[in-house]
Ligand binder design. Sequence first.
Ligand SMILES: NC(=O)c1ccc[n+]([C@@H]2O[C@H](COP(=O)([O-])OP(=O)(O)OC[C@H]3O[C@@H](n4cnc5c(N)ncnc54)[C@H](OP(=O)(O)O)[C@@H]3O)[C@@H](O)[C@H]2O)c1
Length: 260
Amino acid sequence: MYLKYIKEKHPMVNLDSFDRRMNVVVAGASGGIGHALVQQLVSHPSVAQVHALTRNPDQLLLEQKDKLCVHHVDILDEASLSEAAKHFRSITIDLFIVASGILHGAGLAPEKSLRALQSDSFIEVMQINALAPMLVAKHFLPRMTRDGKAVFSVISARVGSISDNRLGGWYTYRASKAALNMLLKTLSIESSRTMPNLIVAGLHPGTVDTGLSKPYQRNVKPEKLFTPDQSAAFLLNVVNGLSVEQSGKVLAWDGQQVDP
Ligand SMILES: NC(=O)c1ccc[n+]([C@@H]2O[C@H](COP(=O)([O-])OP(=O)(O)OC[C@H]3O[C@@H](n4cnc5c(N)ncnc54)[C@H](OP(=O)(O)O)[C@@H]3O)[C@@H](O)[C@H]2O)c1
């Protein structure tokens, strides 16, 4: 269904399944995919306001537009999440996308074998990829729209699928995304009781040309490496197509479900 967009440089984004002009929040807004999401949402006619949550507000503040509101937030810091959530006392959120995550960094790289497993790195990646999105949910779910379509989504990864794991390796990153997927499923069950309109979803963005994937792109065919813009457009179209029946699932950029 989304394949026809692949070759387009700027895929069309449709958000018409939402019931009103949308208030959207993007966390990890300075990242490759997060920033592309913010840019597309800000210029979309279906969007009223975009709130960007980031540890690095400077760049986004330079781009400040009427529809963009930048919040300095560290999603691992509950005090900063709680402070940011106060801005949403009088408006509700129609779409929340957590676009933060980590694969490598200073002293941290995905493991090729078990010998490389390190407990400090494991804990750090788990905190950022699995725990932090749940802390975000804890503080922001009460601010989500209750009388129309509402989506709380987190960018996950296909490598978090246990049934799809054929290559092995990347113990920590795989485990962090598998844990995230379980946490999202659990959240979808709890929220269905009190917020039956809310859709909780994981999203796989494809392989995207960002700092996160840069060191691992060598074996990716050019047509399978998306620009952040392309991936952001695919993901927004997937979000537009989501229904409550899909809550708790992980969907890929092409709308296909990623098996657990
Ligand atoms: N690129 C790919 O090929 C690919 C494939 C599958 C899945 N993904 C997933 O897509 C998401 C976005 O990745 P990306 O490619 O856009 O990566 P990116 O360009 O490295 O952006 C990741 C963002 O995550 C936030 N972040 C990083 N470290 C953090 C920390 N210690 N504490 C809090 N926030 C932190 C930062 O946002 P702020 O500085 O704004 O807070 C950062 O800009 C990730 O969850 C990633 O796992 C990416």
